[in-house]
Design a protein around this ligand. Structure first.
Ligand code: E4P
Length: 218
């Protein structure tokens, strides 16, 4: 499973990218607003740090205007993926943009039927929001499993499942178990994946025993 980082914070992205674990980045208008920076500049900077797809979301609501915005955003760098909302207009824009060779991430997906439409519209990525489904009392991961089954049923559907709205390490594990192609993860959750109390305890004990030997490696 690929890891994308779900943030518009350039410093966080730079730091995490040093591990080599970052396969891409997703942003959305709320994350850009939080960064309090110029959208195009932020996208340009992120694309200079990460080689993989960097999602930048359009804010128009009509297909023709979405396509115009997308063309401006894709001129920023070759690895920009355009995010369009899962609306009828967004699906039309998705089809037009994929025909131009642009990577498209169809976002705000909350049902398997929506994911089916996005794949038929040629989406590169579909972004089902698991955390927001959990918020309303559903099991967001059921949606990932359903989409996986549907896409695997048809060779013609090549859209990658990009599990989004991830809130916990359990979400990451469940996404991987469900066969999600990508998980987009907030920086704090990504860092937390490396942690386990027994790792800390074990390391402490190893270092204490090593100290007793009086040796050094270098
Ligand atoms: C993904 O592309 C979205 O930007 C993001 O995962 C939404 O997460 P949230 O529901 O925690 O805002």
């Amino acid at each position: 499973m690929k890891f994308f980082v779900d943030t518009a914070d350039v410093n966080e992205i730079r730091d995490l990218a040093e591990t080599g674990l970052v396969d891409g980045v997703t942003t959305n208008p709320s994350l850009v607003a939080k960064s309090d920076r110029d959208f195009s500049e932020v996208v340009r900077e992120i694309c200079g740090i990460v080689d993989g797809p960097v999602s930048a979301e359009v804010t128009a609501t009509q297909a023709a205007a979405m396509v115009e915005e997308a063309r401006k955003l894709t001129r920023i760098a070759g690895n920009v993926a355009i995010k369009v909302p899962l609306t009828w207009e967004g699906l039309k824009a998705c089809r037009a943009l994929t025909q131009e060779g642009t990577m498209v991430n169809v976002t705000l997906c909350f049902s398997a039927n929506q994911a089916l439409l996005a794949a038929k519209a040629g989406a590169t990525f579909i972004s089902p929001f698991v955390g927001r489904l959990d918020d309303i009392g559903e099991d967001g991961m059921d949606l990932i499993r359903d989409i996986r089954t549907i896409y695997d049923n048809y060779d013609a559907l090549n859209t990658q499942i990009l599990t989004a709205s991830i809130r916990s390490d359990e979400h990451v594990k469940q996404a991987a178990l469900a066969g999600s192609d990508v998980a987009t993860v907030p920086p704090a959750v990504l860092r937390g994946l490396s942690e386990h109390p027994l790792t800390d305890k074990g390391l402490k004990a190893f270092l204490a025993d090593w100290e007793k030997t009086g040796q050094t490696i270098l």
